[in-house]
Design a protein around this ligand. Structure first.
Ligand code: NAD
Ligand code: UDP
Ligand code: UDP
Length: 343
């Protein structure tokens, strides 16, 4: 039971052989770039679950086969090892473009590759969308607002980004990806959607990706001190992954280009986050202060009025409800790791 109308998909008729999957909608073929990653794999589960065909394109830089291995026997699922920096020919109805490392530790590891992924990768996927008449969704980021001087951040804010800093490969990469997306929309009539995603957490995050939620949760489980960078008074707003996936699908199926902020407005300092992790996992957990990284945004909180009004979307799961949902997954994987070492 899909939420979208067949009318909006009429232009794709005949492009891909499609089988009816129920009253009111036809099966679509959908590409998810970065679909073996954290967010991508949850999105793929939702699309497969509602009856569509999904092709994942991933180079496994930060993604893992384990995230999609449960789909390997499904005839509606395909996995292609491919780098989006290189062109690719496919026939599809929709493209969710997620391929790009998201954790600061990962995207700073090879900054030139990060820029190439954002610019050349996005260009290739837009070229593909143009050729086959597919609808294209870009997963941009709250990082386009940089170290914001407006709080909370609205989509109309142009941001405060350092163009030559250590985070620029990602911030400026995503800003360029947004520009390319709008230029293909205006210049080549490609149907596009832009999501600006705020900090998201949940099962299947990389254990050691350096992001704050995965770090604190893994540290608390391993009985190590939680590493608070700087004074811990900087803020972020944390969204549970299923809320994000619902928002991405609502955006793709809706009639509005965006950009749309997709995030949970519940705002926490890093010290408050440590407190919630402590309550959830281990009351005896401790913290340890470490120097902060360069250009770290002081605060971040989405204004989601636009998505509420036009997409009829808002997050449902608070941090206190969502954290326990990722803890069992982290516990299992940390346990397996330890057993692996002992063997
Ligand atoms: P992730 O690192 O788990 O997933 C990224 C995926 O893209 C991985 O599977 C990786 O292997 C793949 N990939 C990277 N470079 C590639 C390339 N050149 N070719 C093919 N595949 C490539 O990160 P995530 O948290 O799932 O993020 C997914 C998307 O959402 C990213 O575009 C990210 O910028 C965006 N986003 C995420 C967050 C968040 O908090 N998770 C916040 C803002 C934006
Ligand atoms: N592209 C692709 N798959 C396609 C169509 C295009 O990977 O099905 C790539 C193409 O190789 C190019 C980019 O997308 O690098 C932009 O394509 P477009 O046709 O917009 O521009 P052009 O090829 O004219 O530069
Ligand atoms: N942070 C922290 N301890 C960690 C990792 C990160 O205090 O172990 C802080 C970091 O300095 C930043 C915030 O947590 O202020 C969010 O960092 P993250 O890397 O998760 O994402 P960002 O929002 O910066 O992309």
């Amino acid at each position: 039971s899909g939420s979208y109308s067949t009318d909006s998909n009429k232009r794709f008729h005949g492009k891909v052989g499609r089988v009816p999957v129920g009253i009111g909608r036809r099966r679509m073929r959908i590409v998810v770039t970065g679909g073996a990653g954290f967010v991508g794999s949850h999105l793929v589960d939702k699309l497969i679950g509602r009856g569509d065909e999904v092709i994942v394109i991933d180079n496994f830089f930060t993604g893992r086969k384990e995230n999609v291995v449960h789909l390997f026997g499904n005839p509606r699922f395909e996995l292609i090892r491919h780098d989006v920096v290189e062109p690719i020919l496919l026939e599809v109805d929709q493209i969710y473009h997620l391929a790009c490392p998201a954790s600061p530790v990962h995207y700073k590891y090879n900054p030139v590759k990060t820029i190439k992924t954002n610019v050349m990768g996005t260009l290739n996927m837009l070229g593909l969308a143009k050729r086959v008449g597919a609808r294209f969704l870009l997963t941009s980021t709250s990082e386009v607002y940089g170290d914001p001087l407006q709080h909370p951040q609205k989509e109309t804010y142009w941001g405060n980004v350092n163009p030559i800093g250590e985070r620029s490969c990602y911030d400026e990469g995503k800003r360029t990806a947004e520009t390319l997306t709008m230029d293909y929309h205006r210049g080549a009539d490609v149907e596009v959607r832009i999501a600006r995603i705020f900090n998201t957490y949940g099962p299947r995050m990389c254990l050691d990706d350096g992001r704050v939620v995965s770090n604190f949760v893994a540290q608390a489980i391993r009985k190590q001190p939680m590493t608070v960078y700087g004074d811990g008074k900087q803020t972020r707003s944390f969204q549970y992954v299923s809320d994000l996936v619902d928002g991405l699908v609502a955006l793709m199926e809706g009639e509005h280009v965006g950009p749309f902020n997709l995030g949970n407005p519940g705002e926490f300092t890093m010290l408050e986050l440590a407190e919630v992790v402590k309550e959830t996992i281990d009351p005896s957990a401790t913290i340890e202060y470490k120097p902060n990284t360069a250009d770290d945004p002081h605060m971040r909180k989405p204004d989601i009025s636009k998505a509420k009004e036009l997409l009829n979307w808002q997050p449902k799961i608070s941090l206190r409800e969502g954290l326990p949902l990722m803890v069992s997954d982290f516990r299992n994987r940390i346990l397996n790791e330890d057993e692996g070492k002992g063997a």
